[in-house]
Design a protein around this ligand. Structure first.
Ligand SMILES: C[S@@+](CC[C@H](N)C(=O)[O-])C[C@H]1O[C@@H](n2cnc3c(N)ncnc32)[C@H](O)[C@@H]1O
Length: 487
């Protein structure tokens, strides 16, 4: 997550650390409506904390030398540890302030370890090493009360911890591939850190890849990043996520603290939630190990490729590269025309709201060209406009229809794949296997149904667009000239 700077007009934007790192080289059930935010009656009633957490806040306040919160206490909900209003909270009230001096950053690593970890290791891995170090110190760690509260192995549900069988449930989603890449990335970080760790066998001898990955996932799901780097913010990191909340963790450089302002009133006993970011279920699942049943930020990543037997393949590839189309980038060093496009929910099939990404529509226009003349015409048009290829509808309506029919058939294919994967999962909670499998099946279902919703919205938009073109061109719906099947 990214800390929003504490500036007069707050910027409500955050990113999870692991998403950031990937880009750079990373129940108490509440209704999801921000208007009501009433607790939904469920089996997961809020429980007072039965473990040492009663002592946690006083310990942190002693360490910080200031009061951190007068309105929150630590509780347990189905989301794990959580922060609960210990009295009425008013909208706009500052509910916690955690000074920088009790935040944990790579600077807190013992200098002899820190100096051995090169820049290439990165802050996320350094913080993971720090957690492993403090765990080894046990009661002697100055952070021991905090380290004890972190999730244990087996308690995290990011897809990096899923078995091959469990991962198969989400094979149709891009999260499947992203999980594999993320595990490779963590392995790389482990090997880079290992060289340094081996110099301290008494501390790190028992550290294997699994333990490193667990520590890495802890950091990825609960550290905040800012221009200064990356830090764990004890107490603030007990706050759970609501995608509709307007509360985020703010950073005040001037006062040297992080704080949270309530975005609504809370009654005593209610769980206080913040927004980690405007994250789709794919991000929540990979980086945080949970999903939301209906996530308004859902999106789907689709991959479209140019058929290898397209006679104009080389020319199309060349043109796309010249015009810096994302899909023109060589993949794995090969001249492959394939890339992924992100589709968000298309709000209305009738033209209101956002349509499909322009880059995707441009890609399919290039894909459907069947002569060198057509491609030359696209290049000429791009040169005369803003340099971007195929951004305008084809002048010949039939070509525009074909380009969008091509997209429609791809989207239909993705819809069918998602539908059969969801069917294979069976109805919710019907699995005879208990524990993690049931939980992860539900996450897979949330992920795939969210992506399906987005795909269907794209499908409706495309059908509507094609329908308009066909009707405009062929009032009698005689589309036989185009070789198009009437819809
Ligand atoms: C920053 S920590 C929040 C405190 C955490 N519950 C704990 O036990 O320490 C983030 C983790 O909390 C859980 N979490 C947060 N919001 C959630 C939600 N809306 N639904 C399910 N789990 C959630 C996930 O396990 C996530 O990785």
């Amino acid at each position: 997550m990214l800390l929003a700077p504490r500036i007069p007009i707050p910027r409500w934007s955050q990113l999870p650390i692991s998403t950031l790192s990937r880009r750079l080289h990373a129940k108490l059930k509440f209704s999801s409506s921000s208007q009501t935010k009433l607790p939904v009656v469920c089996e997961n009633a809020l429980q007072p904390l039965e473990d040492d957490c009663n002592e946690f806040l006083p310990w942190l306040e002693r360490k910080a030398g200031v009061e951190i919160s007068s309105s929150l206490s630590i509780g347990k909900s189905a989301y794990g540890r959580s922060l609960i209003a210990s009295r009425s909270i008013q909208t706009g009230e500052c509910i916690l302030k955690v000074p920088f001096n009790v935040q944990i950053s790579p600077e807190n690593l013992p200098p002899e370890v820190r100096n051995l970890l090169g820049n290439e290791v990165g802050n996320l891995a350094k913080l993971a090493v720090l957690i492993l170090h403090e765990q080894k110190m046990g009661q002697d760690s100055e952070w021991s009360p905090y380290i004890c509260c972190l999730p244990q192995p087996g308690e995290l549900h990011s897809t990096i911890f899923w078995s091959e069988n469990e991962l198969n449930m989400i094979r149709q989603s891009s999260v499947y591939q992203e999980t594999i890449s993320q595990k490779c990335q963590i392995k790389k970080k482990f090997l880079e850190s290992k060289l340094a760790l081996e110099r301290f066998p008494d501390i790190f001898a028992s550290i294997n890849f699994e333990r490193f990955m667990h520590a890495y996932a802890i950091v990825g799901s609960r550290a905040w990043g800012s221009i200064k780097g990356l830090s764990l913010i004890p107490f603030a990191d007990f706050l759970n996520h609501d995608g509709l909340s307007e509360s985020v963790v703010l950073s005040d450089e001037h006062k040297q603290l992080s704080e949270v302002i309530a975005d609504r009133d809370y009654a005593p006993g209610e769980e206080v939630l913040i927004r980690y970011g405007k994250f789709p279920n794919s991000t929540l699942l990979l980086d945080f190990g949970f999903t939301l049943p209906h996530n308004i930020h859902d999106q789907v990543q689709i991959q479209i490729s140019l058929p290898p037997d397209d006679p104009l393949r080389e020319m199309k590839l060349d043109l796309m590269q010249k015009h810096c189309m994302p899909a023109g980038k060589p993949v794995n060093g090969f001249n492959s025309l394939e890339d992924s496009f992100t589709i968000k929910e298309v709000k209305s099939a009738l033209g209101k709201g956002k349509g499909l990404p322009q880059s995707l529509r441009a890609f399919s226009r290039v894909l459907c060209c069947s002569s060198t003349q057509e491609l030359h015409a696209l290049a000429k048009e791009a040169a005369q406009c803003d340099g971007r290829l195929a951004r305008r509808p084809f002048e010949t309506r039939g070509r525009e229809i074909l380009a969008h029919q091509l997209l429609l058939s791809q989207i239909t294919h993705f819809i069918e794949e998602h539908e059969s994967s969801i069917e294979l999962l069976g109805p919710a909670d019907s699995s005879s296997r208990g524990g993690n499998f049931v939980r992860r099946s539900q996450m897979a279902r949330d992920l795939l149904t969210g992506e399906l919703r987005v795909l269907k919205s794209a499908y409706r938009w495309l059908k509507n667009y094609i329908g308009i073109l066909i009707t405009a061109d062929c009032p009698n719906n005689d589309v036989s000239n185009y070789g198009i099947i009437p819809m």
